[in-house]
Structures are given as structure tokens and as C-alpha cells.
Design a binder for this molecule. Structure first.
Ligand SMILES: Nc1ncnc2c1ncn2[C@@H]1O[C@H](COP(=O)(O)OP(=O)(O)O)[C@@H](O)[C@H]1O
Ligand SMILES: [Mg+2]
Length: 235
């Protein structure tokens, strides 16, 4: 795995990426390039390969063909150990159903992400609290996920994703389980993050929300890119 990622303006480059699960083709030759600081929305019908695409970029799964290069690192060819480090240090992920740990408080959920990369607990909690504060949920730091609202859970999940200052933030239908008001708040949050330079790939079903926070839209169907358009960000 190449580790010299100095001065790459391209953060993500996919070349002819295929992914087969047994007889199912999830990705059928996807090529795309995403630059530093971009916010890209990925849309398409259920089952078209959106989550598979994010998983390839996140190093959670390997392509069966083609290449996935992120910050100069060939993710598909990395060892398991390299992938684990890559996921912890370079990638932040946000999911539809939050994926918080039920028996950890909001702050402990967030701090854990940094402790896993070797940050001392005290320092991890300090940064975790700063992030919860920036995201407007510091007053919920000692609450457990079960008593948080959906919007609060997603804010905690965003804080967790940002703990290690990831080069790339991946969001898979992050507003899919939220009511429209909480969904818009999370979208505004992602927009703010992108405006301060965070590179973002966002899978969503909601065209209006995609338009609100992405600068480019990639359309997927049946594992292929079927359309691409620049969006005007209307904050
Ligand atoms: N781990 C897996 N094992 C088998 N088939 C899978 C797996 N993950 C995804 N698929 C299949 O790949 C296709 C794309 O799935 P997915 O990427 O989850 O689509 P989307 O996120 O757009 O709804 C679907 O047909 C799905 O059933
Ligand atoms: Mg999906």
C-alpha cells in the first residue's frame, strides 16, 4: 500500500470497480473521481449498489475487479491490518441507524473512536466533549443511546465519525431514520462540515436534501453510474 499521500487533490479514485456477491452483481464497473473538499451525493433505487460502493471506499469490503484508491492508497490490495488502520484513521462513517453502542454513554461512544487509535482516555474525552458541544449535544453527554432522540443519536454518531479527523466522511442515508426536522438539522451539519473543508460522500434517497448539501450528484442504477451532474449549493 502506498502511504505517501502528500499533495493529492484527488481523494477517491475508482476505476472499473466490480463487486459480485455469488451470482449477484452489486457493482458492474464503476469509475469515478472525488476531489478534496467536495461534497458528493450518491442517489439511486434500493439495491442499486450504493452501500456496496461506500463499503468499497471505506475498506469494509474488497472489489472483485477494478481498483479503489483513496489518498494514494490502494484500498483493495491492502492487508487486513492496513485496512483496520485505514478505517480507524482515515474514514468517518455515519449510518442510517446510528450504530451506537447501547451500554456506553454518548460521550463514551464518541471517545471510544479515539481510544481505539491509541489516544489516552482523558484526551479522547476532552476532544469528544468539544465535538458534542460543537454539534449541540454536550448536555446529553452522559445519556445512553436509548434515551436520546433520533436527531441526538445522529449528532453523537457524527461526533464519533469526526473524532479522528478523517480525510473522508461517508454517510449512508444518514437522515433515513429521522423526521424531516431532525433530518434537515443533520443535513445542515454536514453542509457546515463541508464548508470548512470536509470531503463528504453522502448516500441519500432525498433529492431535496442532496441538492441542499452536495456540489455534485452521482446517479447509480444496477451497479453502474447512469448520470452525473453538478449541483448549485443553496445553503
Ligand atoms: N453482503 C452481501 N451479500 C450478498 N449480496 C449482497 C451483499 N451486500 C449487498 N448485496 C446485494 O448487492 C446489491 C446491492 O446492494 P446495496 O449495495 O446494499 O444496495 P443499496 O445500498 O443501493 O440499496 C443488492 O442486490 C444486494 O442484495
Ligand atoms: Mg444501502
Amino acid at each position: 500500500m502506498v502511504t505517501d499521500d502528500s499533495a493529492h487533490d484527488t481523494v477517491v479514485r475508482l476505476d472499473g470497480v466490480h463487486k459480485e456477491y455469488g451470482a449477484t452483481t452489486a457493482l458492474a464497473g464503476v469509475s469515478l473521481e472525488i476531489g478534496a473538499g467536495e461534497a458528493v451525493a450518491v442517489m439511486g433505487p434500493s439495491g442499486c449498489g450504493k452501500t456496496t460502493l461506500l463499503n468499497m471506499i471505506a475498506g469494509l469490503d474488497r472489489p472483485t475487479g477494478g481498483s479503489v484508491v483513496v489518498h494514494g492508497e490502494n484500498v483493495g490490495e491492502a492487508s487486513e491490518k492496513e485496512l483496520a488502520l485505514y478505517r480507524r484513521h482515515r474514514i468517518g462513517m455515519i449510518f442510517q441507524f446510528f450504530n451506537l453502542i447501547d451500554d456506553l454513554s454518548a460521550l463514551d461512544n464518541v471517545a471510544l473512536a479515539a481510544q481505539l487509535t491509541g489516544t489516552p482516555a482523558r484526551q479522547a474525552r476532552r476532544r469528544g466533549l468539544e465535538l458534542l458541544d460543537e454539534l449541540g449535544v454536550a448536555d446529553r453527554r452522559n445519556a445512553y443511546p436509548a434515551v436520546l432522540s433520533g436527531g441526538e443519536r445522529q449528532r453523537v454518531a457524527v461526533a464519533r465519525a469526526l473524532m479522528n479527523r478523517p480525510a473522508l466522511l461517508l454517510a449512508d442515508e444518514p437522515t433515513g431514520a429521522l423526521d424531516s426536522r431532525a433530518g434537515e438539522q443533520v443535513m445542515d451539519l454536514l453542509l457546515d462540515l463541508n464548508q470548512i473543508g470536509q470531503t463528504l460522500i453522502l448516500v441519500t434517497h432525498d433529492a431535496r436534501l442532496a441538492r441542499r448539501c452536495a456540489g455534485r450528484l452521482i446517479e447509480l442504477a444496477d451497479g453502474r453510474v447512469t448520470g452525473e451532474q453538478a449541483l448549485e449549493v443553496s445553503a
